[in-house]
Design a protein. Structure first.
Lengths: 236, 236
DNA sequence: GGCCGGCATTGACCCACATCAATTTGGATG
DNA sequence: CATCCAAATTGATGTGGGTCAATGCCGGCC
């Protein structure tokens, strides 16, 4: 089973109906100028579990995620894995001025993304500096998130890590206390994001459920039932 | 002793002799245009141990480091600290599109930096898009470094962390095997950067010295004596 | 509806690193 | 040169989370 599902095309994108646009790179442009992006964008779909690219591949393309969720990760030769982020619609992927990708990207759920040739995007950025401006703003947000994650990985306990993780998702997704929140990634992915093992993540979920900080309607959703206590558990 | 040493001035910078320029933001400009930066740059000196700014302060200024070393860090309410990076001449500090700094910055050694009003820099970026381009390139390098650090913090052993740290500095500084490398930060700073305790860092140094991977001429220098073995110890 | 297989949970045990506690070292100061 | 003190090292002991192993759960498939 190595064929990719509904990938293909080479077709040009129709950005007019894109829901991710206001959030994403293209949101930097006047509505009238969005067509300049569609002229260089190639839509691309990816089934859950498939890779968008691998660490070390030549970084000729960059992407804007429009639907679904991707995970970015780095691997060590012995298989240890660190997930550096979960990407959601609007996120830009492939920023990096090196020749090659420095991490791998894999679909968590079925995803859709817009692919751009790096060279084409660079050319458009010369013409439309507001694109570069938006990209810098996306990059600096990512940097702030990366720094928060370093604090989490370097200094927080397992319990604090899980609490911070859940609060972070809820905030990013704008999900209120008492509302069910989708958690599409596996326990293994969460563990590799938080620098823990599957077993430790599972135990932390169980404890927090027993303490009524959260509820677990099923394995792929959480409800924050006591936001104050959860913030307390996050340690900051 | 709360007065700041030789800080002061409000004077305009003379960028013509700036050694950090080729590396830094200003290196993006034609030599003829560098004066546009000096017109908005304010030089600033900082003694070792002094803070440039604190997490939460209004982020009105941004900086380019020209001399010395700064550490950036985040604190938890109970005092746990994670250093997210050590900055060297050429590095840009204060990137972030929020209202407030999201980390603190403190001088490790005596430092010199160029301060810019964020608003003034933003204005110049409109006029000179190559400034924004350079900033994006600096940001994406920092992002790649942050991702490498997440792998280190989430998945590496104490020994691997220290080995990676030393190799990273040697590479950044262009220091060859057998050459003494300055290590201006304290063991405590190294510990807070690597997500370990002082004692564990100290033990790891001792072990690697006894194994002849490194030599420790004094507490603030290291020599990599067996680069291959050290790369091996770094795990990737 | 029953079977299968992958993911998640739970339990028992272990170990790398944290913590607590002395020393030792070395740079600053008079 | 002696004194002081903060930083670093070294040693003894504790523990949070990793490892290994068994069991449970659920969704897909015949």
């Amino acid at each position: 089973m190595d064929r990719q599902a509904a990938n293909c095309c080479g077709a040009r994108a129709d950005c007019s109906g894109c829901e991710a646009r206001p959030l994403a790179l293209c949101g930097a442009l006047d509505p009238a100028d969005v067509m300049v992006m569609s002229s260089i964008a190639q839509p691309r779909k990816l089934a859950a579990g498939r890779q968008l690219f691998q660490e070390g591949d030549p970084a000729d393309d960059v992407f804007t995620l429009t639907e679904g969720m991707l995970k970015l990760y780095k691997l060590m030769p012995d298989g240890r894995r660190q997930i550096t982020g979960f990407m959601v619609p609007g996120d830009f992927i492939g920023l990096a001025y090196g020749q090659n990708y420095v991490y791998s990207a894999e679909a968590v759920t079925a995803t859709a993304a817009c692919r751009f040739k790096r060279s084409a995007l660079l050319a458009k950025m010369v013409e439309y500096p507001e694109l570069e401006h938006r990209l810098l703003s996306l990059a600096s947000n990512e940097l702030a998130a990366a720094q928060a994650q370093m604090l989490l990985l370097g200094r927080k306990s397992a319990r604090e890590r899980l609490a911070s993780f859940l609060l972070g998702i809820a905030e990013r997704r704008g999900i209120a206390e008492g509302e069910a929140m989708p958690l599409p990634m596996s326990r293994g992915d969460i563990a590799d994001f938080l620098g823990l093992t599957i077993e430790t993540v599972s135990r932390a979920f169980t404890i927090m459920r027993k303490e009524r900080l959260i509820a677990l309607p099923d394995k792929h959703s959480v409800t924050i039932t006591d936001g104050d206590a959860l913030r307390d558990a996050a340690g900051d």
